[in-house]
Design a protein around this ligand. Sequence first.
Ligand SMILES: [Zn+2]
Ligand SMILES: [Zn+2]
Length: 396
Amino acid sequence: MRPGTIQKIFDDHVPAVEAAYRLDERSRRAAWNIRTCRTPAQGYHIDACPNGDYRIRLNNSCRHRACPLCGATETELWLERQCAKELRCPHHQIVFTSPDSLRAIWRWNRRLFTNLYFLAAWHSLRELLVDPRRLGALPGVIAVFQSWADELPEHLHLHFIVTSGGLSPKGKWIEANGEYLLPVPVLAAKFRGKFLAYLRAAFGTHIAVGVAKPAYTRLVPPPDMSLQQCLNLLNKLGREKWHVQIEPAYAQAGAVLKYAGRYIRRGPLSERRIRAYDGRRVTIGYAHSEKHDRPSFTLDARDFVLRLLSHVPEKGTHCARVYGLYHSACRGKLNQARSKLGQPPYNPETDVPDTHELLHRMFPDFTGDLCPKCHARLQTVTVCRSGPAPPERKAA
Ligand SMILES: [Zn+2]
Ligand SMILES: [Zn+2]
C-alpha cells in the first residue's frame, strides 16, 4: 500500500482504542506521533536556498521510532555505519529465544528486561568464545532485540550476527573451526543460567557477577504476580530447555547485515507488507512467506493498532547494539583484526556517508532537498515545534 496507510488506520481507529483501553504513556505517545507525523500538529520548518532564490515551508516529521514514515532513513544510516566496520569474514546468525512465560515480566519492565537479556546473551557468548579451549578469541557482534513474530504476536528473541572467528589476546585472527561456532546445548544452558541469575538479581534477591551497577534498578513483578511467584517462575524455567539456534556461517557478511538490519530497525511492520485495508480490516503479507501456506493474514483494525503498539519499546531502550570487535571502545582491536584480514583501517569520518548523501544514494531521483533554481542544497532556517508530546489525557 502507499506510504501513509498505517497513519490512516491509526487515525481511523486510535480514538476508539483509547476509549476502550487505558493505554500507557508509551503507547499513547507512539500513537499520537504516528497519527500526526508530517501534519501541522507537529509544527513546521522552513528550508531556504543559501543563494536566496527559494523558500519552502514543510510540516515536521515526528522522528518517533515506531513511525513507519520516519524509520527507513534511520535504518539505512545505522546499517551503513555497521557495514563500514564490517570484518571481511563469514558471519553466523544466532537467535536467543526467551520462554513465553517471561513476557509478563517484560511487559512491565521493558527497558531493564531488554538490557539484561542482551547482557546475558553477550556474556554467555563471550565467555565461551574467549575460552582458550574453544575459539580463544574475541568476536565482533551486531545484536538486535525483537518482540514480535510474523503475525505480530509477542515473541521475545535476540538476533546476534557474529563473526565466524575472532582476535586472540596475542593479536592473531583465529578462524572458527567447522560449520558451527559452538555446541548449541552448551550455549543455551549458559545463556539460561546467566539470564535467570540476572533477572533474580534485578528482583533484588541475589547478586549476579558480571552485571554493572546501573543495571540493578529493580524489576517490578507484574500486577497479577507476587515477587515469590516471579521467583518460582524463574526456578521452574531453570529446569526447562531453552531455545537457541546457531545458523551455519554465511560467506557474505554484507548480505547478513543487510538482511538483519532491514527488517529489524524498521520495526514490526513495513508499510509494504499491508496488502489491503477496507476501513475495518487489515490484510498483511507475511515477512517470511516461505514459512506459511497462505500469502497473508487479516486482522481487525483495532487489533492491528493494539498489536503494533504492544511492540513500541520503552523510551531510552536500545534495541540494536554492537559488542566485542564492533564496539566503539575496541577500535584498536577492530583495526588489528581488519589488518589480519587484509582490510584497511576503519575510519568513521570518511567511511560513513551523511544523511544527505545517503538519501541521494537510496533515491537517485530525489531532489526535494535541492533548490529548483540553482540546485544548491537547501538549509533549514526556521524550526517551529508544536511540542513533542500528545495532549494530556483528559480526566475521566
Ligand atoms: Zn514520523
Ligand atoms: Zn537557489
